[in-house]
Ligand binder design. Structure first.
Ligand code: ADP
Length: 294
């Protein structure tokens, strides 16, 4: 079982020939509205990858919140403990160009109100095999969730996205850190994203995602392995990290060896970039397996 403690946003996705520069207006192509936010996306990714998944988070009292809740539930995510707070839901304004490059603005809304875990939420975390967190909700709540998981023997995964400096102590509660190169640099404060030693000084296991080059797994037992990407045609890279991380959490919760789990997550990430969109582009287990088995 996987429990995700994180954000839910409505993604407003505009497609355009190219991304506008500051002050510029570009006439776009299609527009799509889809549930998103790193937390909800990774919960949907985990559920579609075949894991029993619970989402803990906060939606607003607007129509976006209703849509977010029902979309999560329809995907098979357990939303029993989803909070509704008075005010707007989180919203992400996303622009995608024809090359699949994107620019994203996140307005946190209800996600900002997700503070102080309830007893039910703690019980949910204690009951899970893996806790998965990101950094689109207050970091105090992330820290609380990680600590609750540690105390209960639930393995902890932090996808340290979006990139930010972290308060000291937070990473001490993390069993597995998942970062892209930008996020890795934000954590170590260094210039070199591939400085795995600097990351392993903070957490026992690290997965560095490398977009089209796949990923890299390293741990304190001395493993440091480059895991090649699956070759696919790229339509939109928006949810690649979410597809990857959700699938990784499922595979680890299922007791798979981490290196094997990373390879499987690579297949999930690759499968997601073939489609346009965020949560709607997340692959199901059959799609992941098809790519994984080759
Ligand atoms: P993020 O979106 O968080 O920056 P990445 O871009 O590194 O994350 O993508 C996450 C994972 O998705 C990668 O580790 C890789 O396995 C897969 N992936 C991303 N882009 C591609 C691509 N162009 N081809 C194949 N796999 C990809």
């Amino acid at each position: 079982k996987v429990v995700v403690v994180g954000s839910a946003n409505m993604d407003l996705v505009g497609l355009a020939p190219r991304l506008p520069r500051p002050g510029e207006t570009v006439l776009g192509d299609d527009f799509v509205m889809t549930p998103g936010g790193k937390g909800a996306n990774q919960a949907i990714a985990a559920a579609r990858a075949g894991g029993a998944t619970t989402f803990l988070g906060a939606i607003g009292s607007d129509s976006f919140g209703v849509t977010l809740g029902s979309r999560l539930a329809a995907t098979g995510v357990d939303t029993t403990h989803l909070r509704t707070s008075y005010g707007p839901s989180g919203v992400a304004v996303i622009m995608v160009d024809r090359a699949g490059e994107n620019a994203i603005l996140v307005s946190p809304g209800a996600n900002r109100t997700f503070l102080g875990l309830s007893d039910e939420e703690r019980a949910c975390i204690a009951d899970a095999d893996v806790l998965l967190c990101q950094q689109e909700i207050p970091l105090a709540t992330v820290a609380e969730a990680l600590t609750a998981a540690r105390a209960a023997g639930t393995r902890t995964v932090l996808n340290a996205a979006p990139a930010m400096e972290l308060p000291p102590g937070l990473l001490e509660q993390v069993d597995l850190l998942v970062v892209n190169e930008t996020e890795a640099r934000a954590i170590t404060g260094g210039q070199d994203a591939s400085d795995m030693a600097a990351l392993l000084a903070l957490v026992p296991r690290v997965v560095l995602t490398l977009s089209g080059a796949g990923s890299r797994y390293a741990d304190r037992d001395g493993q440091d392995v480059q895991v090649p990407a699956f070759a696919v045609e790229v339509a939109d890279t928006t949810a690649a990290g979410d597809a990857f991380t959700g699938a990784l959490a499922v595979a680890w919760a299922e007791g798979r060896d981490l290196l094997d789990a990373v390879r499987w997550a690579n297949a999930a990430g690759a499968a997601s970039v073939r489609k346009i969109g965020a949560s709607n582009a997340l692959p199901d287990r059959a799609e992941i397996e098809a790519l994984f088995e080759g």
